[in-house]
Design a protein around this ligand. Structure first.
Ligand code: SAM
Ligand code: SF4
Length: 363
């Protein structure tokens, strides 16, 4: 073993990784990167096992009152055809997940907070539980809401909530969002803290490879996740969308290959830092590399979110360009996904909720 290999092995067992340790881990490439991956996959095997949990992803609606500079369904995108799935369509998708033993679904949408809308979500959650004999775990990803709304949704039967911090650096966050008083970093933090208080299983994450983002920002993001003691994580590469304000900075971006590599190093480093959290292999990773999700699973991720949204809506939920699987029915994807996951040496946790070990332990 050379010195570099020794140093990487040492970081694999070090208790309190520092900002400079993480910065170093994120910068590894080539053989050194492979050493990092060997360690992160053995940490995964030891702490969460080689099991991958499915969460059927329902892209419920692309209506949104926010205007985030990076997002292809931001309210300022006039050309987007806006939709909201009917209750029947959501139930049908949930039943598909139930019948195929997924154990869990995610309902994701743009952000809205009218009373009518938040009540409708509560009713939907209750209906899904009725139709699936309370056997499905439900994750919501519906943006910032008041603590009362989060409480109502929890009381209706939601278990988990995903709300990305996007970047834990307030300075960078400001560059990614309009400064109109409706996109405050403090509001995002308040929401995440409210979710924790309400005892949700809480997930957050960031985009990787954003314009103006540095390795220091990303190392800081990892420490932020640790400090917040999150249960779940969903990180993915930033992918430009030509209709958004951030597109004008595309010349500042690293290559797609480099953004993908950096995302893999983030996943591996997080697995080493927070051993028993759930980490998603995200669709954005698959966008930059056709084997992207499998690669993430091999080196630390243990959750995958197959898209079960009706195909007719998929082309209208384009957060970024080149999003994959916009014309494949959920059933078509399933056989191929099974084979892909088995090829990584992992098994699928069929019929299991796959709650994060971390959540169970911290309680
Ligand atoms: N509206 C909710 C929210 O913002 O939390 C949930 C849906 S939102 C579309 C889900 C995630 O999509 C965001 O947290 C963001 O990180 C990601 N996203 C949006 N635009 C993206 C882009 N251009 N590249 C990569 N990820 C993007
Ligand atoms: Fe709306 Fe979420 Fe897109 Fe922001 S990231 S514009 S909140 S859908």
């Amino acid at each position: 073993m050379n010195n570099q290999t020794n140093q990487i092995a040492f970081l694999g067992i070090k208790e309190d990784l520092t900002l400079s340790d993480l910065r170093y881990m994120l910068s590894l490439r080539g053989e050194d990167q492979s050493e990092l991956f060997k360690i992160s996959s053995s940490v995964k095997e030891k702490f969460v096992g080689n099991i991958v949990y499915f969460r059927g992803l329902i892209e419920y609606s692309n209506r949104c009152h926010k205007n985030c500079f990076y997002c292809g369904v931001r309210s300022g995108m006039r050309a987007v055809n806006r939709y909201q799935m009917t209750d029947e369509e959501v139930i049908e998708a949930a039943l598909f997940a139930f019948d195929h033993n997924y154990g869990s679904i995610v309902i994701q949408a743009g952000e809205r907070d009218s009373k009518l809308y938040t009540q409708r979500i509560s009713q939907l959650i209750s209906k899904i539980h009725q139709k699936t004999n309370n056997q499905m775990h439900i994750t919501l990803s519906l943006g910032e809401q008041s603590p009362d709304t989060y409480r109502a949704w929890k009381e209706s039967g939601a278990h988990r909530y995903l709300l990305r911090i996007e970047s834990s650096s307030e300075e960078l966050y400001k560059k990614l969002h309009p400064q109109d008083g409706k996109h405050l970093y403090s509001a995002r933090m308040n929401s995440i803290n409210a979710l924790k208080k309400l005892d949700y299983q809480v997930g957050t994450g960031v985009m990787i490879g954003l314009p103006f983002q540095t390795i220091d920002h990303l190392a800081g993001d990892l420490l932020f996740f640790k400090q917040l003691d999150i249960d779940m994580n969903g990180m993915g590469p930033y992918i430009e969308h030509e209709g958004t304000p951030l597109f004008k900075y595309r010349d500042l971006l690293a290559s797609r290959e480099e953004r993908f590599n950096l995302t893999l190093n983030m996943v591996a480093s997080l697995r080493i830092l927070m051993k028993d959290v759930n980490i998603a292999a995200t669709t954005a990773m698959q966008t930059l590399d056709p084997q992207g999700r499998e690669k993430a699973i091999k080196i630390g991720a243990n959750v995958i979110m197959p898209n079960i949204t009706p195909v007719k809506y998929r082309k209208d939920y384009l957060l970024y360009q080149d999003k994959p699987c916009i014309d494949e029915e959920a059933a078509e994807c399933l056989g191929c996904l099974e084979r892909r996951i088995r090829s990584t040496g992992n098994e699928i946790g069929y019929g299991e909720w796959g709650d994060p070990m971390h959540y169970r332990r911290r309680r």
